[in-house]
Design a protein around this ligand. Structure first.
Ligand code: ES4
Ligand code: ZN
Length: 323
């Protein structure tokens, strides 16, 4: 098997706050005079063991408080983009969680400006293309999501789309119908996390009420044959994150991951990293993990990389270059 890190690829499911490495947590805390609920990098590393989605999210939001300035967000994204470049990424559509920052008094423009600084540099330096997907925290009130969207309406051109993340069970997608209608008016693409911990009943409304163009995770869709058929027939891409699902205990081990069954069902599956500093690997590491678990041949790995190009919101011209 050739080096899968070198295989050109596109990343479609990546939370930029989930690339915050423990060393950077401490460096930014010191730079900003913030005290942390852990004493050392090693103590933080010891906490990177999760029982479910919520146990991860608690740590993810606890670490995100070190991000305050435009330079912090630029440094975070620069570090991610350097690692992504080293693992073959040529196009990335990056999630960010503005409400995790605005709730602490950080302006949304500070977040967007910093992330865009790093994306512009990576474009100049390495030719990496892509953009930002603004995610709403689904466990906060819908009114807060609407306020967040209106606060960036004047610069919708700086965004690729909107998404929905954080705690899933108890917060069904249809709550966000008005938010997604407004996002569409602003010309934004629409994706959502669904079917990660929630069952197929959380995926259907993401498709039918929110009108998503791409489904994040979606692994529990397999439990409903009619849903699988809808996803297959419409060729809705699924952004699967194998190491994430293992680390959040969606499956016990990688060999039990449903990815091969999803491919057999004719779904448009892509491989992504989700929160690489928390889940033990960047995108190339996810490619290596699935190749090893399922003994996939090179043509399957190339097909997965090609699916990510198809599933992206890049222009047709850029897609042709990425293939
Ligand atoms: C997330 Cl893995 C995952 N699921 C839902 N929301 C998230 N935010 C960051 N990572
Ligand atoms: Zn995610």
């Amino acid at each position: 098997m050739p080096d899968l890190l070198a295989l050109p690829k596109t990343e479609l499911h990546l939370h930029i706050e989930g690339t915050l490495e423990p060393e950077m947590v401490f460096a930014l805390a010191e730079r900003n005079g913030i005290s942390l609920p852990f004493d050392s990098v090693d103590e933080l590393r010891e906490r990177l063991e999760f029982t479910d989605l919520q146990s991860f999210l608690d740590l993810y939001f606890a670490c995100s408080i070190v991000l305050r300035t435009r330079a912090d967000f630029a440094d975070l994204a620069r570090a991610y983009l350097a690692r992504a470049h080293a693992q073959g990424v040529r196009h990335v559509e990056m999630f960010f969680d503005p409400q995790a920052h605005t709730s602490r008094g950080v302006a949304v423009d500070t977040v967007i400006d910093g992330l865009r600084d790093a994306l512009a540099e990576a474009n100049l330096e390495w030719g990496i293309t892509g953009g930002l997907i603004l995610c709403f925290l689904r466990d906060l009130p819908v009114e807060k999501a609407l306020e967040t969207l209106e606060s960036v309406a004047h610069r919708a051109g700086d965004l690729v789309g909107v998404g929905l993340d954080s705690t899933e069970v108890g917060y069904p997608p249809e709550l966000f119908e008005r938010v997604y209608r407004r996002a569409r008016e602003l010309g934004l693409h629409a994706v959502a996390h669904a079917g990660e911990e929630g069952g197929p009943e959380y995926v259907w409304p993401a498709l039918e009420v929110l009108g998503i163009e791409r489904l994040d995770h979606g692994i529990r869709s397999l439990e409903d044959p009619a849903l699988v058929e809808a996803l297959r027939e419409r060729q809705i891409p699924l952004t699967v994150c194998p190491l994430s699902t293992v680390r959040l205990r969606g499956v016990d081990t990688m060999v039990e991951h449903p990815l091969p069954r999803m491919l057999d069902a004719g779904l448009l599956v892509t491989v992504n990293s989700d929160d690489p500093s928390y889940f033990g690997g960047y995108i190339g590491d996810n490619y290596v993990a699935v190749q090893q678990a399922f003994d996939f041949d090179l043509s399957t790995m190339v097909m997965l990389a090609g699916n990510s190009v198809t599933a992206s919101f890049a222009s047709d011209e850029r897609k042709a270059e990425l293939r």
